[in-house]
Design a protein around this ligand. Structure first.
Ligand code: BG6
Length: 510
């Protein structure tokens, strides 16, 4: 226990002071991949730049490349320079560079893993990592079993004798359905103890997503009306303007529901719908989220309430873009969906009768993620009908990204002699209210892994619960027709609008 936490005057939950992890090594498998280059290495640099990495920190890369430590250092430096959120400073990088190490090898190469295990020991002696290590599996799920077995074989996964920690970070998707997720979870749990497994859903690392908890539970204003008495429906949208780019290998056969709905959107639903946890410890938060996921029901009629689409060619930001089927690596008759929308219901006293509409898609008009809380209309309006013609329902919109903040939409009198009421919006913008920039999701989550703080990481059971929700939808789609086409640059297929129209509602236009 550190001296800080022994201080009787200090609340152990006080997280205002920056927390610096114990000395450790971070080993990234798949370090030449997109995620490592664009997110992980820049996040490591940003943490170093903010003084949040311990003195005995070592960054290790493992990949099938004929590289030495110097080559890895160069590539990592370039990645940090390109992707860092904070200013790139040579002296900060130099300190990191002195503690980088590369192990070349493929996942079935015993010798390479023996070398990795030996390096971890050597680095403890040379850099004082204390024998602590976090292993980041930034690799295709099909490679998990091999890598995990190698870690078990070489004894890297546990380090009980030296009283140090070993943790593993697993990137989503966790399996491709419930059965494979259970298998994967079992595999990971056989090698690592449950508390040392960190499953990443990077949406939980976003500042605005965490602010949802502050908004709901630190204020008196919202919680009393956060229920079916006042809320008509909830709309959660995650839209992207990009296509699949060079990710066909991953995306084909995965699709929007497995890629985003199963994890990011269901986690947003859980945080929006959950009851107040008694505190923000990992176990308490999970308990509340699990209750929501367990109470989440699919509509009986999936044909009407689960819509999928695939982007066709079209125009985006003045540029002609190709359709999904013309993307490199996509099968000519692919049925993979690039858009998914679904209605879910949360069967609890708080939410009975309030539909949660979730949608996600690629090649939509713009990149935006938001949670829209649509309130009921007042039961009676003491105005002439014509006075409130332009008055919509009150809405509270959590803008997850971009323009991070909140919008509250309500009716207001139009200045003048008549009593005309029209919608107006009140905005809170992070960028204006705070001077400090929000850390990137991966920055926050990597730090939490090194600190051993699991509150923002979904656990086995949540992952399995989420597949229980998604599996029937996937099965239904698999037995049905091709996804409906939508033109790139439009808000998804017509079926998504029809789905809401059936309930007498429309999608928000973010
Ligand atoms: C990932 C998905 O989890 O999230 C990608 O695999 C998607 O398909 C990405 O593009 C979006 O993340 P963000 O943080 O840019 O919204």
């Amino acid at each position: 226990m550190s001296r800080l936490s022994q201080n009787p005057l200090r609340d152990p939950r006080d997280r205002r002071l920056p927390r610096v992890p114990e000395p450790c090594a971070l080993v990234v498998f798949g370090v030449t991949g997109d995620l490592a280059r664009k997110k992980l290495i820049p996040a490591v640099y940003d943490l170093a730049n903010r003084g949040l990495l311990p003195p005995g920190f070592v960054l290790m890369g493992f990949a099938r490349r004929d590289w030495g430590d110097g080559d890895f250092e160069q590539v990592a430096r370039e990645a940090a320079k390109q992707g860092a959120r904070t200013e790139f400073r040579d002296e900060v990088w130099q300190r990191l560079a002195e503690a980088t190490k590369f192990i070349p090898g493929s996942f079935d190469d015993d010798q390479a893993f023996d070398q990795l295990a030996q390096s971890l020991k050597d680095l403890d002696a040379s850099h004082g990592t204390g024998g602590n290590a976090a292993f980041y599996l930034s690799i295709p799920p099909s490679a998990f079993p091999t890598v995990l077995k190698q870690m078990e074989r070489t004894g890297m996964a546990n380090n009980v004798e030296t009283n140090s920690w070993r943790r593993v970070v697993v990137e989503k998707p966790f399996g491709h359905d419930l059965a494979s997720a259970i298998e994967l979870n079992k595999l990971v749990d056989d090698v690592f103890t449950a508390q040392d497994v960190f499953r990443i859903d990077h949406y939980l690392g976003k500042e605005t997503v965490q602010n949802l908890l502050a908004l709901r539970f630190a204020n008196e204003l919202f919680e009393p009306i956060w229920n079916s008495h006042h809320i008509d429906s909830v709309q959660i949208t995650m839209a992207e303007d990009v296509g699949i780019g060079s990710r066909a290998g991953f995306y084909e056969g995965t699709g929007a529901a497995r890629d985003v709905l199963q994890n990011h959107l269901l986690q947003l639903l859980a945080l929006t719908a959950m009851d107040e946890p008694v505190n923000f410890d990992a176990a308490e938060l999970r308990t509340e989220k699990r209750k929501v996921l367990g109470a989440t029901q699919l509509p009986k009629d999936l044909a009407r309430y689960a819509v999928r689409g695939q982007y066709d060619q079209g125009w985006l930001a003045g540029e002609r873009v190709k359709g999904y089927l013309a993307e490199e690596g996509v099968a000519p008759k692919s049925r993979t969906e690039t858009f998914a929308a679904v209605r879910l219901d949360v069967d609890t006293r708080r939410w009975a009768g309030v539909p949660f509409y979730l949608r996600t898609g690629k090649r939509l008009p713009r990149r935006v993620t938001e949670i829209g809380i649509i309130f009921r209309k007042p039961p009676f309006l003491p105005f002439a009908h014509s006075d409130t013609e332009e008055l919509g329902a009150n809405q509270l919109v959590v803008r997850v990204q971009p323009d991070e903040g909140l919008t509250l939409r309500f009716g207001s009198k139009v200045p003048g002699t008549t009593m005309e009421v029209r919608d107006v919006a009140m905005d809170f913008l992070y960028g204006e209210a705070f001077t400090e920039n929000s850390p990137e999701a991966y920055e926050r989550l990597l730090l939490d892994v090194l600190l051993g703080d699991a509150s923002l990481f979904p656990q086995n059971e949540e992952v399995e619960q989420s597949w229980r929700i998604i599996d029937p939808i996937e099965e239904f789609w698999a037995s049905g027709r091709r996804p409906e086409l939508y033109r790139a640059g439009e808000w998804g297929p017509r079926g998504a609008d029809e789905m809401l129209a059936r309930d007498g509602r429309t999608w928000r236009r973010p």
